[in-house]
Design a protein around this ligand. Structure first.
Ligand code: Z5A
Length: 210
């Protein structure tokens, strides 16, 4: 049987990395073979493109170049990693996917959603995540968590609060428009509560696919 494709999305400091561990443990405990990946990245080419996208040295990157680099990395990721794994029955869990392009390059940068939609179809054909878990936090909470880690900010993290407010709004709009394949989790709660909600959503998907 074909594997399922689950994506974790959210703004800065939403807790995607922390929750991916819990998701992987849950699926493996239920006997699923799991491949964990991320965007931008997930292949040697994609990781090289990620380096270009996040390096503050490219502060003047044209927004259309940013969008096209996201999809260049994604084209390789889909062809080399995601599709083959799903075809072999492996469950793919990804830290971000195309919803981030709608949120950051669409909502944040103001690029038209029609252009993003065209690239989505060109690169993915009919491939869409079976479930997108949107970890939603007020922007201040996420930025505070991110800054408390004390790591240097990458090129995109250097954007100001209004940018991240637009990103959040664009994520929530997608979740509303595609309620059948999105689940919004209130990620401002404690990590145990967030993980309990995540488990519930994934159990529902597991029950549907058995
Ligand atoms: N991007 C894009 O623009 N377009 C695209 O198409 C794609 C991506 C695919 C890289 O992503 C950047 O690429 C990203 C979007 C853009 N830009 N930015 N800015 P990334 O996912 O690698 O980078 P990130 O979003 O900055 O990830 P992050 O900062 O690592 O956040 P996170 O993984 O969601 O959070 P975390 O590391 O799990 O947690 C952050 C801290 O909060 C950590 O200390 C945790 O212990 C703590 N935490 C987590 N959950 C909780 C709870 N519930 N309570 C308290 N503390 C918590």
């Amino acid at each position: 049987m074909r594997g399922k494709f689950i994506v974790l999305e959210g703004g800065e400091g939403a807790g995607k990395s922390s929750n991916l561990n819990a998701l992987q443990d849950l699926l493996e405990a239920r006997g699923c073979r799991v491949l964990r990946t991320r965007e931008p990245g997930g292949t040697p080419l994609g990781e090289a493109v990620r380096g270009l996208l996040l390096d503050p040295v490219h502060a003047g990157m044209e927004v259309k170049a940013e969008l096209l680099l996201m999809f260049a990395a994604r084209a390789q990721h889909v062809a080399q990693v995601i599709r083959p794994a799903l075809d072999e029955g492996v469950w793919v869990i990804s830290d971000r996917f195309t919803s981030s392009s709608y949120a950051y390059q669409g909502g944040g940068r103001g690029l038209p959603r029609e252009a993003i939609g065209w690239l989505e179809t060109f690169v993915q054909d009919d491939l869409r995540p079976d479930l997108t878990l949107l970890l939603d936090t007020p922007v201040d909470v996420g930025l505070e968590r991110m800054r408390s880690r004390g790591e240097p900010e990458d090129r995109i993290e250097r954007e100001g609060r209004p940018f991240f407010e637009r990103v959040r709004a664009a994520f929530l709009a997608q979740a509303e428009a595609h309620a059948e394949r999105f689940k919004v989790l209130d990620a401002s709660r404690g990590i145990e509560q967030v993980q309990a909600a995540l488990r519930q959503s994934v159990e529902t998907l597991l029950a549907r696919s058995s």
